[in-house]
Design a protein around this ligand. Structure first.
Ligand code: 5RP
Length: 221
């Protein structure tokens, strides 16, 4: 099976977590695009969606799925999104597509986070994938120096602006042994909007696409 076929498999498997007559939270990325396409097949059974990126909102609308502003929604039973890396503890690095801040906000509102990935994303330790950090433009150099102090090599994502008008520093070379602690520490640096660690609010369920089918991991309580 190709990586795209594995993504499609988990995208379709996520449909069974979608709650009928409710608003579903939708992340972003190529796996989520396939989830949106699958969601179209049950669009008559959901109220609509909240999207974590402009691109996802556009794709949902093209399928005739109603897109709500997050401020007009008080409950999101389920949020479905991909990841760049994920551990068995369901801690993640996200933000490869640059939508990390909105993704973190929608995930925070949601009752349950269902992560959909192909098997290449499961890792023992986070950090091989460069950690995206969204920064206010005037703080770019300061935050870069702060990341160097933490033994990371920050690289500005060239020619890229987030949906919020900010910049991304992709931080290479980290071996992240305590994701919740690093997530909180980096978010405490002035000028950081958020970083791509999703550990304090990790996933509740991981649907991992492997050649022998979809494996389901649940958060250990
Ligand atoms: C975007 C994300 C995506 O979920 C992540 O990059 C995974 O994308 P893909 O499904 O294309 O591999 O965090 O900000």
């Amino acid at each position: 099976m190709t990586q795209d076929e594995l993504k499609k498999l988990v995208a379709e498997a996520a449909l069974k977590y979608v709650v009928e007559d409710a608003v579903v939270g939708v992340g972003s990325g190529s796996t989520v695009n396939l989830f949106i396409d699958a969601l179209a097949s049950i669009k008559g059974r959901i109220e609509g969606a909240v999207a974590a990126s402009e691109a996802s909102a556009e794709r949902l609308k093209k399928h005739g799925i109603r897109v709500f502003d997050l401020n007009s929604v008080s409950e999101i039973p389920v949020y479905v999104d991909g990841a760049d890396e994920i551990t068995e503890h369901l801690h993640m690095i996200k933000g490869g597509g640059g939508a990390l801040t909105r993704e973190k906000i929608v995930a925070a509102v949601a009752k349950s986070f269902v992560c959909i990935c192909d098997a290449s994303k499961l890792v023992p330790v986070l950090g091989k994938f460069p950690l995206p950090v969204e920064v206010i433009p005037m703080a770019r150099s300061y935050v870069g120096r702060e990341m160097l102090k933490r033994k990371a090599q920050p690289v500005l994502r060239e020619g890229f602006k987030t949906d919020n008008g900010n910049l991304i520093l992709d931080c290479h070379g980290l071996t992240i042994m305590d994701p919740p602690a690093l997530e909180a520490e980096l978010n405490g640096i002035a000028g950081v909007v958020t970083n791509g660690l999703f550990a304090r609010r990790g996933a509740d369920v991981l649907l991992l696409g492997a050649p022998d089918g979809v494996k389901t991991y649940k958060k250990k309580i």
